[in-house]
Design a protein around this ligand. Sequence first.
Ligand SMILES: [Zn+2]
Length: 253
Amino acid sequence: MKGDVEREYLSPDLNLLRMFRLYKEKNPTSTAKFWLYRDIFKQQNLSFGQPRSDTCAKCDALFSKLTAATSDGERLKIAAESELHHRKAEKAYTQLQADTEWAKANDDCHVICIDMQGVVFTPNLTHSNVYYQRQLANYNLCIQEMGTDDPPTMCLWHEGIAHRGSIEVASCLLKWAETSFTPLVQAKERKFIVYSDRCCGQNNNWRVLNLMALLVSRGYFSQMEQKFVVSGHSFLPCDRSFATLDKRRKAAP
Ligand SMILES: [Zn+2]
């Protein structure tokens, strides 16, 4: 079945016309017309750009269920489930705003948002040979302290250094905490909340929890909490920084 074939994504800098020109460059004797190239391309289950990683899997699943529903009772049940899901997303976002105000009002309270940017491939070139070659994947974890005017901390590394899993997220947080704070002297309090999406491979796992226990035991914080927003429904401040980076990268020579 066509639906079972995993869709693959080509560079967002490409389009069909550019690909056709590249094909003609590589095969100057070919007499194939653009319409034929387009028709064959359409059968390949390919798209341009990167997969939309921040769409909500739950919403997609509920939408599929709704279109397949055969009775009004079933439809009502799905609508109720969707309503509950959206309320949860709304509540998480409201909570983030409330915690940000709390951090602004209290010097010994800190709230951060962390998020991993989509993979950035380098070098940032668009000449034809680049599309036939393997590019270097770069990973970027953004740490934004809420309630301050401080710019975000971007932890950047490439695939030759490390992966982009829970170990790397925990390492970045450890480095950030050690460079931003000094251990507390006795009887002082410093409360800390980390917001992120619920990605198990990166944020929602025992390694990040262990790191929090470590930071408390070393005296950097007196209390740590981890809170999650609903992926695909919450625009974390890190997304704004990523959008700025993307814009600058596209304009870069
Ligand atoms: Zn959703």
